[in-house]
Design a protein around this ligand. Structure first.
Ligand SMILES: *Cc1c(COP(=O)(O)O)cnc(C)c1O
Length: 423
């Protein structure tokens, strides 16, 4: 089955003349249309905000585009906080949803005025000791344990996840936070990754809305915002039906009217922290076939490797591949598409049926816009690629230059014996 690319062969041929492969390419038009669709889907909720999960695509140019649609930043590390600050995104436009958090990161989050979302019961005391007080606005991350099931079956196993507080800890936590002076409370939960169903958010909302009603009844605390976090997935495979964000928003609305409104909780803001859904389909990895190898299998060697896109090697994840200019040719050749790492799992595809690939062909590896570039690494001294934005007018804009050998060795340059030698 086919999957359309957002870039044409003509555009790509022009781009590679200016910028060498490999690189991640992003689709400005697609990013904007999707951000608008997300905004529209939750427009029924007055306080709605999407906090883009910065870890998915930590590029300030892209984050600033999303900010035009009202998106804030979901950060979980010092660098992500610094990045958000550099994009002029501060205050309650930052959600700090970290875990195993070092003290200095809580300090930075507080300095930027971020909403702090605590991952653990013991972090209440840790935060108070670190800051000298408890912030007025504070959120807690809930983990219901067990397995998480919705109508179409078991989705994941939160009981095995390192994140969040138990239900008992959550209730005790709100009680303590209130005693210590907190005034505005949030509830957060992230139970399943990459869900390709319109039912996940509404099901999660039902769980959290019922919990919020219970919290009001038992503790007299009115939760101000409920953060449905991430987990809304994308259709990596061409035969999957993509999520419909309008249907998802409407599904959450319905549960809101059913549970929160009758409980007198009709002012609760809904927050999301989507990463994959905001960017995944609007990025691709562009790479060139540089070798073909015929041994016990047929291999195509490309100039990208798992250091540019780790998901296939790490999770066996499927990423669709289009051979540019051969979209309509029959897929009669079975290939492993491989990179240069000295690691046998450095394969973008295994036993994939594709058109005949010739050296010099450009391959588009789809859906790398989230958790793609971001999960890169430097094994074998492979360098980080550039990132390029395909602008709405069809022209490319470099939004991150490629790493150089000098960048890679910069951490030795402070030593006299290597100063200036490793460039
Ligand atoms: C990774 C992450 C997200 C984003 O998840 P996606 O599946 O990319 O939507 C949101 N919130 C937190 C706390 C995360 O760790």
């Amino acid at each position: 089955m086919k999957k359309e690319t957002f870039v044409t062969k003509e555009q790509l041929d022009a781009i590679v003349k200016e910028y060498p492969t490999p690189f991640h390419l992003y689709d400005e038009k697609g990013i904007r249309a999707n951000a608008q669709a997300v905004k529209d889907a939750f427009a029924w909720n007055k306080g709605y905000k999407e906090y883009f999960a910065v870890k998915a695509t930590p590029n300030p140019f892209l984050i600033k585009i999303l900010h035009e649609y009202g998106c804030g930043c979901d950060c979980s590390s010092m660098a992500e906080l610094v990045l958000s600050d550099a994009c002029d995104i501060r205050g309650e436009d930052i959600m700090f949803s970290s875990n195993d958090t070092p003290a200095e990161e809580f300090v930075k989050a507080e300095e930027l005025g971020a909403i702090i979302n605590l991952d653990d019961f013991t972090h209440i005391e840790f935060l108070e000791q670190t800051l000298g007080h408890i912030p007025e606005t504070i959120s807690l991350r809930y983990n219901p344990g067990g397995v998480y099931e919705i109508s179409n079956g078991i989705m994941d196993n939160p009981g095995d996840a390192k994140y969040g507080l138990t239900k008992a800890q959550l209730f005790q936590g709100y009680r303590i936070l209130k005693e210590k002076g907190a005034k505005r409370f949030g509830l957060h939960s992230f139970l399943v990754s990459n869900t390709v169903t319109n039912d996940y958010y509404p099901a999660l909302a039902r769980t959290l809305f019922n919990l919020v009603v219970e919290i009001k009844q038992e503790l007299g605390i009115e939760i101000s915002f409920i953060n449905l976090s991430g987990g809304v997935g994308i259709a990596y495979k061409p035969d999957q039906t993509p999520n419909d964000i309008a249907a998802i928003g409407a599904g959450v609305h319905q549960v809101y009217d059913e549970i929160l409104v009758p409980a007198g909780l009709d002012n609760v803001a809904i927050y999301t922290e989507m990463g994959r859904f905001m960017m995944g389909p609007y990025g691709c990895l562009v790479t060139k076939a540089i070798h073909e190898k015929h041994t016990y299998k047929e291999y195509i060697g490309v100039d990208a490797c798992a250091a540019n896109l780790m998901r296939p090697a790490m999770y066996g994840a499927y990423h669709h591949i289009t051979v540019m200019g051969k979209e309509d040719e029959p897929c009669e050749h079975m290939y492993d598409i491989v990179g240069a790492l000295c690691e046998n799992n450095d394969k973008f595809a295994i036993d994939r049926m594709l058109p005949k690939i010739d050296k010099g062909d450009l391959l588009v590896i789809h859906d790398t816009g989230a958790h793609g570039f971001a999960m890169g690494y430097n094994y074998n001294g492979r360098l980080w690629s550039s990132e390029i934005l395909l602008q709405e007018d069809g022209t490319p804009k470099l939004i991150r230059r490629a790493e150089t050998i000098a960048d890679y060795f910069a951490t030795f340059d402070c030593f006299d014996e290597f100063k200036g030698k490793l460039q």
